[in-house]
Design a protein around this ligand. Sequence first.
Ligand SMILES: Cc1ncc(COP(=O)(O)O)c(C=O)c1O
Length: 382
Amino acid sequence: MPFPLDVPESVLRKRRSEKWQAYPADVLPLFVAETDVLLAPAIRDRLAAAVADGDTGYFQEIAHFAGVCARFYSRFGFDVPEESVVPVNDVGVGVRESLARILPAGAPVVYTPPVYMPFGPWIRRVGFSPVAVPLIDHDDDNPRLDLPGIERALSEGAKGVLLSHPHNPTGVLHSDAELAELAQLAKSYDAVVVSDEIWAPLTMPGVEFRSFLAVSETAREVGLAVSSASKAFNLAGLKCAFVVNGNPEKFPVRRSALSGSTGHFGALAGEAAMVDSVDWLESMRAALASNLDLMERLLAEHLPRARWRRPDAGFVAWLDLRAYPGLGDDPAAVFLDEGRVALSPGPAFGTEGKGFVRVNFACSEEILTEAFARMGRVAAAH
Ligand SMILES: Cc1ncc(COP(=O)(O)O)c(C=O)c1O
């Protein structure tokens, strides 16, 4: 059982977070993007010391933490200036505030379904109108941005593009060539690109992530990236993320206005993660790759008609179950009802997701194996 995904279910069942509380105890939860790990030791010790000292007040060391983020993010293809980093409360806040502070009221904003389900609601929540430009071939080996479709939307008035890079749920990394062309398009139509890069640290071993901001000078002129240690180190509840503002002279996304609501515990944990837990991160990436190998075998055994591509990054897999028509448009509902396995429903990611499920495979081998055995029995019964 590869460390750190070797935590027994009896420990996990005590958790009060969404993954372990949303469903009754007979359900195996492979849905929301939390991971079944114990904290990296440096993070655990940092938080324990803060608890022991009663250090539970407001987040203060904004410039210091911005430097930590800048140094960590510089691994993704360019030298990140400390001044360009703006700590925020979470990635959703970073995305929404970036859009809200830059775009004119009511502007159309492009997003690329099937994609992380809050993207449309996030765009709407800050007063803009989402324009769906679906990925090309999300269901095949080579999902990619529909650049002509994005250009059409920009020529019709869209002023923003919200990317998921690495892309949730397909796990694809958009190529440098696609991103550089997107940057050119954004420049030509005076639009901004907000690149949600929350999954960046979790590439599969041997795969390198490059930020949208790393692909060209033009990308930095038109773009902002938003990321966090929260997915890689399972810190989502501690509320801490950061924006990298590619063009601080142009985009009014500033620490003074946005950093106050950053979680103090999130920043303490984030620093222990990004500075002191890089070896632990390597173990995590290796464990996820090992689980992918296991999943490949489990799929062949239990769901041999499923189609999927191995993600380049992250811990979710996008399974095409349309070859099991008996499972219907929303196979997750059937697996939950009849198999007591909770997955993310494909249709929640956009109409393109009918007949798909998203599996969170950041769990122990035992749980993954049992979940696929249950899903196989359900599929065979339909
Ligand atoms: C692409 C993407 N962005 C953002 C989030 C959530 O981030 P936060 O909780 O920091 O808003 C997730 C969570 O799974 C995600 O997949």
